[in-house]
Write a protein that binds this ligand. Structure first.
Ligand code: PMP
Length: 425
């Protein structure tokens, strides 16, 4: 049995001064039960808790750590840059370098602006879409998460196309009404919505590979039709690549599907583990932003040199080490080992590059949020705790994906598969 006494003590103290003891809700282990591990340090593919237990980690801080924890190049870039000033509130060369780098990598990214989180990126992109089109309605998909801006905290009711209901207290109904929710993998629903209200729709925002409610891989035809429908109706297509961007490859999901969105949003990998987000796209749209245009958007710490240096270091190492190819090979290695274990129970391993999700329900992997069997969460809970006892961390929720990094090795994959095999025996 792993002892977690110190984690329990600290978490108890944290609950007195931090709501739920956490700075972001899913960390509280509500979905799996038990006390969260309070982490003290991390290196490569491993994290160490305050009781001195070390775990093989497949959470990777929810996606940013594509090189693994505390990669020497990131640590060096951060330390050297910080020594020359952490923030200037003025233009800096590192921000220019990262902007030049990413605009050269992602399809249709003429210009980019940096922010400090994925939430800010999507919130700003939507404001820009509304400002540029002069329209107010936005369309999102049930099960896609785009951060916690008011108008994006809206999930679907059932049915073909429903008007948005707020999914958080504190979101005014008047905001939620401007967000229309469609189902993934249901192009007819989107077509009907556009037939009715197409001229009022500013944008469609989608995680092109939805990874916040399982991993709901969409058909290419679905993406192609979203592209043509938005164009036909003068609405913008926004790809939320906060998870996929610079992880699946240089050009994210856009490159994978061969589709260029009008705007795209980024986070996680682009910041090398520091708080960074970005949004960008077509020049004529980005020119609508202040100071050139009427759409206001700003940030005290946006584009600060330390965060920019970390992002650049992450991209440098990915390029130098053939990172995306290696991550694909690691992903394939994981699939080879884990898919057959799951298949014995008619379950599926869903994988896109270095992102994976265990679909713990019989039959084909789901493509839309309401096709996920809620009962799978009970099974997941057991697997989660079983793996933790075996010294392995996966995300504390059945709906969250796992991430591989360049610090993972074939031996780590063997360890994961062997522990899982023991649990499923
Ligand atoms: N969009 C997507 C697709 C995300 O996965 C997330 C966070 N997981 C966000 C936006 C919000 O990013 P942040 O948590 O940095 O605000």
């Amino acid at each position: 049995m792993i002892t977690t006494t110190r984690s329990e003590e600290l978490f108890e103290r944290a609950r007195k001064v931090i709501p739920g003891g956490v700075s972001s809700p899913v960390r509280a282990f509500g979905a799996v039960g038990g006390t969260p591990l309070v982490l003290e340090s991390a290196s490569g593919a491993e994290v160490t808790d305050v009781d001195g237990n070390t775990f093989l980690d497949f959470v990777g801080s929810w996606g940013p750590l594509i090189l693994g924890h505390a990669h020497p190049r990131i640590v060096q870039a951060v330390a050297e840059t910080a020594a020359r000033g952490t923030t200037f509130g003025a233009p800096c060369p590192l921000e220019l370098q990262l902007a030049e780098r990413v605009t050269g990598m992602y399809p249709g990214l003429d210009q980019v602006r940096f922010v400090s989180s994925g939430t800010e990126a999507t919130m700003s992109a939507i404001r820009l879409a509304r400002g540029a089109t002069g329209r107010e309605l936005i369309v999102k998909f049930a099960g896609c998460y785009h951060g916690h801006a008011d108008h994006l905290l809206v999930s679907a009711g059932s049915g073909l196309v429903t008007f948005g209901e707020p999914s958080s207290a504190g979101v005014p109904a008047a905001f939620a009404e401007l967000t229309l929710v469609c189902d993934l993998d249901d192009i007819a629903g989107v077509e009907q919505l556009f037939a009715k209200r197409g001229s009022e729709i500013a944008c469609v925002i989608i995680e092109p590979i939805p990874a916040n409610n399982g991993l709901l891989v969409q058909r290419t035809e679905f993406h192609e039709r979203l592209r043509s429908l938005t164009t036909e109706h003068g609405a913008l297509l926004i790809y939320d690549e906060v998870i996929n961007g610079f992880r699946l490859g240089r050009g994210g999901a856009a490159e994978r599907f061969g589709i260029t969105p009008d705007l795209a949003t980024f986070g996680k990998v682009i910041g090398g583990g520091l708080p960074v987000g970005a949004f960008g796209g077509r020049r004529d749209l980005m020119q609508q932003l202040a100071p050139n245009g009427p759409v206001y958007q700003a940030g005290t710490l946006s584009g600060n040199p330390v965060a920019m240096a970390a992002g650049l270091a992450a991209l440098d190492v990915l390029e130098e080490e053939d990172g995306w190819k290696r991550l694909e090979a690691l992903g394939a290695g994981l699939e080879e080992r884990v898919a057959p274990l799951l298949a014995k129970r008619d379950w599926t391993l869903v994988r896109q590059g270095s992102i994976f999700w265990m679909s713990l329900q019989a039959g084909a992997a789901p493509r839309r949020a309401d096709a996920i069997d809620a009962g799978a969460a009970d099974t997941y809970r057991e697997i989660f705790h079983g793996l933790q006892q075996a010294g392995i961390c996966i995300a504390p929720s059945a709906y969250e994906v796992g991430f591989l990094s360049l610090a993972h090795t074939e031996a780590h994959l063997d360890r994961f598969a062997s522990a899982l095999s023991g649990l499923l025996a």
